[in-house]
Write a protein that binds this ligand. Structure first.
Ligand SMILES: Nc1ncnc2c1ncn2[C@@H]1O[C@H](COP(=O)(O)OP(=O)(O)O)[C@@H](O)[C@H]1O
Ligand SMILES: CC(=O)OP(=O)(O)O
Ligand SMILES: [Mg+2]
Length: 342
């Protein structure tokens, strides 16, 4: 009997979220896969990480994980696969070979505007984009590799977080820099969280009972990474993230938009390679500081925005400021975006 489990895998900057579906190879093409379970490890940047597991309509467990066990997207994936294949209540997935398709959210897909099956060539192309999504692509690719190495029958498919924004008008996606250099190095606004915006567009249109092509909204995706998107006629016409997910709204460890010359006044080492660079991913001190040592972490000492909002309400000044900064930046984007909708 052919294996028939589909995994949907979202390697976020602070979490790994996996949904398990079953799929009947001979079912009509109009039928949808059946959801079996969801499992997630959250709080990777605010240890201890937490496991949450739901099977069918049942919440099975929520528990903190030992701090040493799960510290990265890669170790979270190993933990999750072990957990799923050991669960007697989920007989459809009792061995990694039961997985037929592993569908990965890949944050930076460069010029790809549609999902692709990942082969050696696409894997290398996505690896080359790792420098442009330093908190994301490399982690997702370690999971692609784990599936390739350990799930004999699975195909890896990449779904790109920037693809929804391929409709950005030229003026919105072009930076005011030398266009020869921009074109050669593919320096433009890509935008991210597109899988989420595509879902929001479908869901809001269904809720309002209007065709997506008539939907005009400003949508927000607020998580460890935060962004906003202006959606006109169901398509993205502007979004707050840019060449990389660093641009736009601040996030858990990200500064968001700052004056581009600020970093040279912050440190004289801005252009040096950071010690956390690896053979496959080159990160300067500037990128390290702005991606990993800024945002809510730098302002309040935690990346947990739930805790920040609670403390802000209790009068904690640093948390109040962090909260107000987020509101200020969202309001800036939304005000401009609403004007673009008319
Ligand atoms: N109810 C809430 N109120 C405020 N912040 C929340 C709430 N629920 C989750 N968060 C915050 O959202 C962040 C996690 O976002 P998420 O999108 O799941 O992560 P990732 O970027 O890894 O995908 C954490 O900072 C968490 O504290
Ligand atoms: C693109 C991005 O920032 O994703 P996440 O919110 O999962 O970190
Ligand atoms: Mg996310």
């Amino acid at each position: 009997m052919p294996s028939n489990v589909i995994l949907s895998i979202n390697a976020g900057s602070s979490s790994l979220k996996v949904s398990v579906f079953s799929y009947h190879p001979h079912a009509p093409s109009s039928s949808h896969p059946t959801p079996l379970a969801t499992i997630q490890v959250t709080g990777l940047t605010a240890p201890p990480a937490t496991l949450r597991y739901d099977r069918g309509d049942h919440h099975i467990k929520s528990q903190p994980l030992p701090e040493t066990d799960v510290t990265s997207q890669e170790s979270a994936y190993e933990y999750i696969i072990h957990h799923l294949t050991s669960d007697a209540g989920l007989p459809e997935l009792s061995h990694p070979d039961d997985i037929e398709f592993a569908c990965h959210r890949v944050v930076h897909g460069g010029d790809y505007d549609k999902p692709v099956r990942i082969d050696r060539d696409t894997f290398h192309r996505l690896e080359e984009l790792s420098d442009l999504a330093p908190l994301h692509n490399a982690g997702a690719l370690t999971i692609v590799k784990a599936v390739h190495d350990k799930c004999a029958k699975a195909s890896n498919i990449a779904f790109f977080d920037n693809a929804f924004h391929h409709t950005l008008p030229e003026a919105a996606r072009t930076y005011a820099i030398d266009q020869k250099v921009a074109k050669r190095n593919k320096l433009r606004k890509y935008g991210f969280h597109g899988l989420s915006y595509a879902f929001i567009t479908r869901s809001v249109a269904a809720h309002l009972a209007v065709p997506a092509s008539e939907l005009n909204i400003v949508a927000l995706h607020l998580g460890s990474g935060a962004s906003a998107c202006c959606i006109k006629g169901g398509t993205s016409i502007d979004t707050s993230m840019g060449l990389t997910p660093l641009d736009g709204l601040p996030g858990a460890t990200r500064s968001g938009s700052v004056d581009p010359s600020l970093i040279f006044h912050f440190t004289h080492d801005a252009g040096k390679l950071s010690p956390s660079s690896s053979k496959g991913m080159h990160i300067t001190e500037a990128e390290e500081i702005l991606n990993k040592k800024s945002g809510w972490q730098a302002l309040t000492g935690t990346t947990d925005f739930g805790a920040i909002s609670a403390k802000a309400e209790q009068g904690d000044a640093a948390c109040r400021l962090a909260f107000d900064i987020l509101v200020d930046r969202i309001t800036d984007f939304a005000t401009e975006a609403v004007a673009d909708l008319f």
